[in-house]
Design a protein around this ligand. Structure first.
Ligand SMILES: Nc1ncnc2c1ncn2[C@@H]1O[C@H](COP(=O)(O)OP(=O)(O)OP(=O)(O)O)[C@@H](O)[C@H]1O
Length: 325
């Protein structure tokens, strides 16, 4: 299984598919497989509409009622899920195992409750802590995510926090139930570059310290490489390249990966956007070959057939006829 290599996976997913309902059903994710080990992180990167968020949201049952979600197998630690289980949502069985951090922290912090109270409530529900214990743990959590003067900040309301601090509080809430898997969906998109870098560093530290599997969704390949041990490049509902951050950044072999690199603002903030010409396919139209072919400068007759993910080096897989399988 190409995107799977870890000896002790915390999260493993095989053959995940998501089809949005409607008069013309939209197959946004078609057969994605990956695993993430203890204390390991995987970033999924791709243009808008490639299906990254659909992968993230389907795991916790957040697409219930909107999309048909299926998989061949899915497990978090020793718990295996059949599709109906996870459809129960993050408040259900998966909620104790998997938590989310989203782009806009203030959208899901309760504006009328002090942050300490919100954290204590989570700790009471998930860890069954009494009030004193929950308060002590909440201060520790806020301190752990880098909130200065954590004990005093417990009394703050969300509107008193900057965007960066609010995201740290949201991260504290997400890790409070001690989940096995943390899914961070564009967690830094609303933050400026310096604050974003600190939040990414925080997620990395927490993932390692707490042995969580971190799934980071981002459209920025450089941020993906900085945040994660491995990177999966997604295009039109499927993974087109998977490897270590170094494999993908330095030896990215799929023309789409190289296009994303050229299109991304560089790590030093110097903008050198060279957008990839053309636009992604309409997934509702049937296709057989490489889905990137219509936009690819290297297209040839062989691209009319999907070659699947080919192994080019240990742990490095590319869905392209240009590489030897
Ligand atoms: N609620 C929805 N109903 C119908 N189609 C949807 C819905 N959400 C997403 N889609 C479609 O699914 C496809 C994948 O979208 P998704 O949001 O997963 O991509 P993404 O890579 O995360 O992009 P973005 O960064 O813009 O969120 C797109 O074609 C999108 O239009």
């Amino acid at each position: 299984m190409p995107a799977r290599h870890t000896p002790t996976p915390r999260l493993s997913v095989d053959g995940l598919s998501v089809t949005y309902r409607g008069s013309r059903p939209n197959p946004a994710v078609t057969g994605v497989s990956f695993s993430i080990g203890v204390g390991e992180s995987l970033a999924i990167v791709g243009e808008s509409g490639s299906g990254k968020s659909s992968v993230a949201r389907s795991l916790g049952g957040l697409l219930q009622g909107k999309a048909d979600v299926s998989w061949e197998s899915m497990a978090i630690d020793d718990t295996r899920f059949v599709p109906g289980d996870v459809e129960a949502g993050v408040g259900g069985v998966a909620g104790r195992l998997l938590s989310y951090v989203f782009q806009e922290p203030k959208a899901y912090l309760n504006p009328s409750l002090r942050i300490g109270g919100q954290l204590c409530e989570i700790l009471g529900i998930h860890l069954k802590l009494g009030r004193r214990e929950a308060e002590r743990e909440a201060v520790e959590l806020l301190d752990h995510v880098g909130i200065p003067d954590a004990a005093r900040r417990m009394n703050d309301y969300p509107h008193q926090l900057s965007g960066g601090l609010a995201q740290r509080v949201a991260i504290a809430m997400a890790i409070a139930p001690r989940p096995a898997v943390l899914v961070a969906d564009e967690p830094t998109s609303s933050l400026d570059v310096t604050v974003a870098a600190r939040v990414v560093a925080l997620l990395r530290r927490l993932q390692r310290d707490r042995g969580m599997a971190l799934l980071h969704i981002t459209h920025n390949l450089y941020l993906a490489a900085r945040s994660s041990d491995r990177v999966a490049v997604m295009y039109a509902g499927e993974f087109v390249e998977v490897g270590t951050a170094a494999d993908v950044l330095r030896n990215g072999a799929m023309p789409y990966t190289r296009g994303l690199l050229a299109a991304a603002p560089a790590a030093d903030g110097r903008t050198r956007m060279r957008p990839i010409p053309g636009s992604p396919p309409d997934m509702r139209e049937p296709s057989t070959g490489c889905r990137f072919a219509p936009r690819c400068a290297h297209v040839h007759a062989g691209c009319a057939h999907d070659v699947g993910l080919r192994t080019v080096a240990d742990g490095h897989h590319v869905r392209c006829t240009l590489v030897e399988g």
